[in-house]
Design a protein around this ligand. Structure first.
Ligand SMILES: Nc1ncnc2c1ncn2[C@@H]1O[C@H](COP(=O)(O)OP(=O)(O)OP(=O)(O)O)[C@@H](O)[C@H]1O
Ligand SMILES: [Mg+2]
Length: 358
């Protein structure tokens, strides 16, 4: 006899058994697996969709183009695709196309022979060779110089390239994942990006939503970063005042998750006790900030309640329904057992214990 614990929400039966609920439950499971594997925090429908795409495309060798605003987590998603692929034991080789001067990028990608150009004092193996059996991640692909684009297209199409200063043709078996925060289609129209390369990259596009489009993820991310930085700085912050959380959820986050991460790091630095301190000026909440979109179903309160529900459910899933004790959901959420009980009651979450025979 083994005890199995699961949570159910106090919803009408008909709501729980509709196909949409089943679809959501499946994607929630997918999200949970990849979240754990790759340290991706969040449970919004938008993020679950992205993680569903990751799951589908990872086992294939297809080229993936990850698009999204700065700081949304594109690199994290690229890593997730690699980790969930059959190449996961191979290298994940990153190249930031914006950080390398145009004249050095070709040698960075494809390598060079000694004496290939002034300063090439030794042979250098390029990133495509280094990534053999693994994945090349080309970040900020929109910054790839036009003159280098045909060579990248050739690796993608024919898997062939040459080291600078060497006429021998080499083959690459690396998988390519590219990311950009730019509108490549618009760049093609402006003739700043080759159409043929765009088509080759855009085999499987994945769009990571801006944080303001998934405010439900904010409380989860806030708690995650507070715990992470508290641990690193040897602090024991366990309470996030609700006015601070509300302000964080309302903020438009033009710099997305990276900006949120930085704000929380600063807040943890200045907090001395158990309670997180954050000045409202820090957030520079401006009257003309765009309103938070809540996927069209209701007010900010509804969004916050849904976020809290998701957070509690995620904690209960992690602790397999255990509420109290050091490994219980209450401790994980940084609240007392009785507070968690009353929040669960208010939000219609209950833990169902059933016994099953094995
Ligand atoms: N869902 C998430 N859960 C946990 N951490 C996240 C999440 N999304 C982003 N981060 C963190 O936020 C920071 C920015 O993420 P990342 O570098 O992947 O963004 P990006 O979209 O590649 O940004 P850029 O466009 O500036 O290159 C990283 O420290 C990353 O670990
Ligand atoms: Mg990046």
């Amino acid at each position: 006899m083994a005890a199995r614990t699961s949570w159910v929400t106090d919803m009408p039966e008909v709501t729980r058994s509709t196909p949409r609920e089943i679809e959501d439950a499946t994607s929630a499971k997918v999200a949970l697996d990849i979240n754990k594997l790759c340290g991706i925090v969040g449970n919004s429908a938008a993020l679950r969709r992205v993680l569903g795409n990751v799951r589908v495309v990872a086992p294939t060798d297809a080229t993936v183009l990850v698009n999204g605003e700065t700081g949304t987590g594109k690199e994290l998603i690229a890593e997730a695709i690699h980790k969930c692929s059959k190449r996961s034991k191979g290298p994940f080789v990153k190249v930031n196309c914006a950080a390398i001067p145009t004249n050095l990028l070709e040698s960075e990608l494809f390598g060079h022979e000694r004496g290939a150009f002034t300063g090439a004092i030794a042979r250098r193996v390029g990133r495509f060779e280094l990534a053999s059996g693994g994945t090349v991640f080309l970040d900020e692909i929109g910054e790839m110089p036009l003159e280098l684009q045909p060579k990248l297209l050739r690796v993608l199409q024919d898997r062939q390239f040459e080291r600078l200063g060497d006429s021998r043709t080499l083959r690459s078996d690396a998988r390519l994942i590219a990311a950009t925060n730019r509108d490549l289609q618009a760049m093609v129209n402006e003739q700043k990006f080759r159409l043929d390369l765009y088509y080759r990259l855009n085999v499987f596009p994945v769009r990571v939503s801006a944080l303001r489009e998934r405010p439900e993820d904010i409380p989860l991310l806030v708690r995650h970063f507070v715990q992470q930085f508290s641990r690193r700085m040897n602090k024991s912050i366990d309470t996030i005042p609700s006015d601070i959380m509300n302000a964080l959820v309302r903020h438009p986050w033009p710099g997305n998750v990276r900006e949120l991460q930085n704000v929380i790091e600063r807040a943890v630095i200045v907090s001395t006790g158990l309670i997180l301190k954050l000045s409202m000026e820090e957030l520079q909440l401006s009257a003309d900030a765009p309103p938070v979109r809540s996927h069209g179903n209701g007010s900010l309160r509804a969004t916050l309640e849904e976020a809290e529900r998701q957070e509690i459910i995620a904690a209960l899933e992690k602790t397999i329904g255990k509420i109290a004790g050091p490994n219980g959901a209450a401790a994980l959420l940084g609240m007392s057992r009785s507070t968690l009980h009353s929040r669960m009651q208010k939000l219609g979450i209950s833990v169902l214990r059933t016994a099953t025979c094995r």
